[in-house]
Design a protein around this ligand. Structure first.
Ligand code: 9MR
Length: 365
């Protein structure tokens, strides 16, 4: 806290000054998250090509962040719509923006059960392909995409969300798994490593702080590690809420994954103001989706807690990326509950810094 500025502000140590610290708001308006965290890790954000073209959003990105992740543009469906046809325009424009502005790029993702192209799992006769064919397709895809951005993308989410949602099961029963067994995971990392030996290769998943999921992710990573598969790091997606994780759960997960010698990134951070209600298809009767002072206060406390923990673990945490820029537009609007607005990020619907922002940039640095 800059006391000189506080006094210049109102002459007293009033509550308003303490809630909105004068330091960050007045003496360095151009200072962003990336600057506060320069001695810790890069701070990133998921982007679409459209957001980079909007002057207000792109100015915010350049002020606050030093890393970007394409939210959808590099997924297999969008980038490889037909077997012999790639669609590079969107992904290229994101990488070009990063190059022009000196930002890092995380590639997302090379192998996932969602957003896959129609042709991928089927033969010309409409039947499912065999394992050999699917692995060849995976290899061609990974080699082509990773090669195109070699030297421009420093890290790749190679395999995304391969663990089942059912806590009594291990690997997700996706078409990848049904056709290839767990070999698709091993091969994906091997192909990516062969294409760009310098890229940092991630296994990326959600709910990694819930003990039952954490332990299954650990089991997979240990197995890959023991078998010498080139996995460098684990991505904790961090689609969290004001209700979870607890500090204990977060620390336990970081320590458990770090014990394997892996680096850790927080890859898709947002902080929903609702509990996770995956099976709710409508708003509750009478529920309104106002961002109340109570929700704001809970969100401030939760954001403060998680960033305090991230800083404590700076030896193993090599990046923190937010999933979307501001509350103006987030994948959590309408999801999982259609018609419900959410407020999960550090910038409001007018792209202004929220109170939670100041919790993230003050404290022990
Ligand atoms: O934010 C992405 C949204 O625009 C897409 O419609 C959705 C498709 O499933 O994917 C979202 O991003 C996901 C990410 O790629 C992987 N982890 C979960 C993210 C949120 O669903």
């Amino acid at each position: 806290m800059n006391f000189k500025l506080l006094i210049a502000c109102c002459g007293f140590l009033c509550g308003a000054c303490v809630v909105a610290p004068a330091t960050a708001q007045t003496d360095s308006p151009g200072k962003g998250l990336k600057d506060y965290y320069k001695n810790y890790f890069p701070i990133g954000v998921a982007v679409s090509p459209g957001s980079l073209k909007r002057p207000d959003a792109s100015a915010l990105i350049l002020r606050e962040f030093n890393s970007i992740t394409p939210e959808n543009a590099m997924k297999m469906g969008p980038i490889h719509p037909k077997e012999n046809e790639y669609y590079w325009k969107d992904a290229d424009s994101i990488v070009a923006f990063a190059q022009r502005n000196g930002l890092k790029v995380r590639g997302h993702n090379l192998c996932w059960h969602e957003q896959t192209p129609d042709w991928l799992f089927k033969n010309a006769d409409g039947k499912l392909v065999d394992k050999e064919t699917l692995l060849k397709r995976l290899k061609d895809h990974i080699t082509t995409v990773v090669n195109r951005y070699k030297g421009k993308i420093y890290a790749w989410d190679v395999v995304n969300e391969a663990i089942d949602d059912d806590s009594t099961k291990f690997l997700r029963n996706s078409l990848w798994y049904q056709i290839c067994g767990e070999d698709f995971i091993i091969k994906a990392f091997e192909y990516a490593h062969a294409a760009d030996p310098k890229a940092v290769l991630f296994y990326n998943d959600y709910n990694t702080e819930r003990p039952e999921k954490r332990d299954r992710v650990y089991r997979l990573l240990k197995k890959l590690n023991d078998a010498g598969v080139p996995v460098d790091a684990v991505g904790l997606q961090a689609h969290w809420s004001i209700y979870e994780p607890t500090q204990g759960e977060l620390k336990a997960a970081i320590e458990k994954f770090a014990s394997l010698g892996l680096k850790i990134q927080v890859t898709e951070l947002d902080m929903s103001v609702y509990p996770w209600e995956k099976n709710m298809r409508t708003k509750k009767p009478g529920e309104n989706d106002t961002y109340t002072p109570e929700l704001q206060a809970k969100q401030m406390a939760q954001y403060k807690m998680v960033f305090d923990v991230f800083r404590q673990y700076k030896k193993v945490i090599t990046g923190v990326t937010f999933w979307n820029i501001s509350d103006r537009e987030t994948w959590l609007d309408d999801y999982p509950v259609p018609g419900r607005k959410n407020y999960p990020l550090l910038f409001d619907t007018n792209l202004q810094r929220k109170k939670a922002y100041w919790e993230v940039v003050r404290g022990d640095f």
